[in-house]
Design a protein around this ligand. Structure first.
Ligand code: OAD
Length: 234
């Protein structure tokens, strides 16, 4: 029998760092070069859509050229081989979990390789640059396309499903996230208060360190495969 019946995993930018994607709040991270209020809010998009699209065009091009690392691969292995239930929730908008083979994934902050139309609401795969004059492939109307990512002030995706998972999990593992942005930063406290074992796998103690019963600090490409091997009893 599996030591835990339902494992919920939350991942953040630190998991993709060794694939070559910048984190947000580490030294030299994305938010040291850009202001959130200029590029990642509905108000910024209303004020200067071209600047916001340029920020995501740059990040989309980067994402297209990177590969998953051993941390992503280990989590795909866990989903495939673990005898209990595994729910993976990511704050990352990159496609590296899927590329590593994860099948059932909750992208709570959206996906950078998708565009969403403000006119019809459709979300569609989109690998090219977005510009303000493009027409939606679904409804044909121009000027409404934006990256399908969640901006500050917007509601993350699939919150009902995430809360249901947090309520039934008996192991919660947080990987590569600083624990700064809510609601994700509150998941560890919720899982802990409901009796789950909570584990942090991060380069350094996160802001939510007190909410974790166990913490392992190091590079995701090393500590995630080691932890997954432990869970799989190998
Ligand atoms: P942060 O940049 O806030 O935190 C990244 C964490 O990863 C830090 O605690 C680092 O110590 C850790 N880290 C860095 N390199 C690592 C490595 N190689 N192995 C393990 N850990 C490493 O990123 P997030 O917490 O993911 O949201 O940020 C959360 C949200 O803030 C993002 O989803 C994004 C951002 O604003 C939106 O844009 C809505």
């Amino acid at each position: 029998m599996a030591p835990f019946e339902h494992v919920v995993i939350l991942t953040g930018a630190g998991l993709s760092a060794e694939s070559g994607l910048s984190t947000f709040r580490d030294k030299g991270g994305i938010w040291s070069k850009y202001r959130i209020e200029d590029v990642a809010s509905p108000e910024a998009f209303a004020r200067d859509p071209a600047a916001v699209l340029a920020f995501y065009n740059m990040r989309r091009r980067t994402v297209l050229g990177v590969q998953p690392n051993a941390g992503h691969a280990a989590l795909a292995r866990l989903e495939a081989d673990y005898p209990g239930k595994v729910t993976i929730v990511t704050q990352n908008v990159d496609p590296l979990h899927e590329r590593a083979g994860t099948k059932d994934l909750i992208h709570m902050h959206g996906e950078i390789l998708k565009a969403r139309c403000a006119h019809c609401g459709d979300a569609m795969r989109w690998e090219d640059d977005l510009t303000t004059d493009l027409a939606c492939r679904a409804c044909g109307k121009a000027g409404g396309l934006r990256p399908d990512v969640v901006w500050f002030g917007e509601m993350p995706y699939d919150m009902d499903r995430i809360h249901a998972a947090l309520e039934t999990c008996d192991l919660f593992v947080s990987i590569g996230t600083s624990g700064t942005v809510y609601p994700a930063a509150g998941f560890s406290a919720k899982a802990l208060s409901l009796g789950a074992h909570t584990v942090e796998l991060n380069l350094e103690p996160s802001r939510r360190r007190d909410m974790f019963v166990e913490a392992i600090h190091g590079k995701a490409s090393e500590i995630v495969p080691a932890y997954v091997a432990r869970l799989l009893g190998r």
